[in-house]
Design a protein around this ligand. Structure first.
Ligand SMILES: NCc1[nH]cc(CCC(=O)O)c1CC(=O)O
Length: 304
């Protein structure tokens, strides 16, 4: 390569960290890259709840456009923010090794309220998946919306007097803010592909395909692929109250998934496994089963 590879990223601290991670991995393989910052609709409008913004692709469109218009060669995304259907001539050429997939609670005033059955705590999140799972476990609590990047949300939870806010542990860890975590929510099923980063390129760009496929982390790609299959099978977008997490243990893929009514009053869950070499389709199968169990009504509810 004569010129530097152009990496496009959103300009939040987390997105920048992630893009730099790709930049330094590329360097290990002998390729120089530079960062280009692209603003997205999701970043500019911080007042509209995400669930009302047309959901799909609010964070990805600006980077998609930059790729399609050949202003950048690579876009780095949090994989969980990418819609499972992509009609554009763009493709994910690598999935980077997954960081901690868990959700975590930041509770500035402490976590004693979690023990008190009758507490009317206020928890901030704008994720339907987090809201539904939280209310299922803590029906007395109230959920309030919170928008903004990780730094903004941390500031808001410290200023607003809420009992807590829910974050992806990965996001906080990456930018060195995980000291704010009060408790890891091991019981909560994460979003499909949470904690993983995706490298996106133009489909026809053979050169970038060759270069970036070296960054692919096979186990992460397999697991997140299965989680996203499930989301796709359920025809649920990233704003759906659906969680899925797959991991490989001793050669087997284990998938846990959950679908809930947004108010937490109803929950369907499933656990399935298969040997890694036959695991393709496991997510689809589990998604289908969840729909058959009754989750189809929840998803249909959301689409109408
Ligand atoms: N929806 C925003 C978003 N997209 C990716 C992350 C964190 C990093 C990750 O999950 O990979 C976050 C923040 C959060 O959920 O708290």
């Amino acid at each position: 390569m004569s010129s530097k590879i152009r990496i496009g990223t959103r300009d939040s601290e987390l997105a920048t960290w992630q893009a730099k991670q790709v930049q330094s991995k590329l360097k290990e393989f002998g390729f120089e890259a530079e960062l280009f910052f692209v603003k997205s609709e999701g970043d500019l409008d911080l007042t509209t709840p995400l669930t009302e913004m047309g959901g799909k692709g609010v964070f990805t469109k600006a980077l998609d456009d930059a790729l399609l218009e050949n202003r950048i060669d690579i876009a780095v995304h949090s994989f969980k923010d990418l819609p499972t259907e992509n009609p554009l001539p763009l493709t994910v050429s690598a999935v980077m090794e997954r960081e901690d997939p868990r959700d975590a609670l930041v509770a500035p005033k402490g976590v004693d309220f979690l023990e008190d059955e009758s507490s009317k705590a206020i928890i901030a999140t704008s994720s339907n998946r987090r809201k539904a799972q939280w209310l299922h476990r803590y029906p007395n609590h109230e959920i309030t919306n919170i928008r903004g990047n990780v730094n903004t949300r941390l500031r808001k939870v410290n200023e607003n007097g809420w009992n807590g806010a829910i974050f992806a542990a990965a996001g906080l860890k990456r930018i060195g803010l995980d000291n704010n975590i009060s408790v890891y929510l091991d019981w909560m099923v994460p979003a499909p592909a949470q904690g993983a980063m995706a490298v996106m390129i133009r489909e026809e760009d053979q050169k970038m395909l060759e270069i970036t496929s070296q960054l692919n982390h096979k186990e992460t790609a397999i697991c997140t692929g299965i989680e996203r299959e499930l989301l796709n099978e359920m025809e649920a977008g990233c704003s759906a109250p659906v969680g899925a997490f797959a991991e490989i243990v001793d050669g087997d893929v284990h998938l846990s998934a959950i679908a809930l009514k947004i108010d937490g009053s109803l929950q369907y869950d499933i656990e399935v496994s298969a040997p890694v070499h036959t695991a393709k389709g496991l997510g689809r199968e589990a998604g289908r089963k969840l729909l058959d169990m009754g989750a189809s009504e929840i998803v249909a509810d959301l689409r109408s």
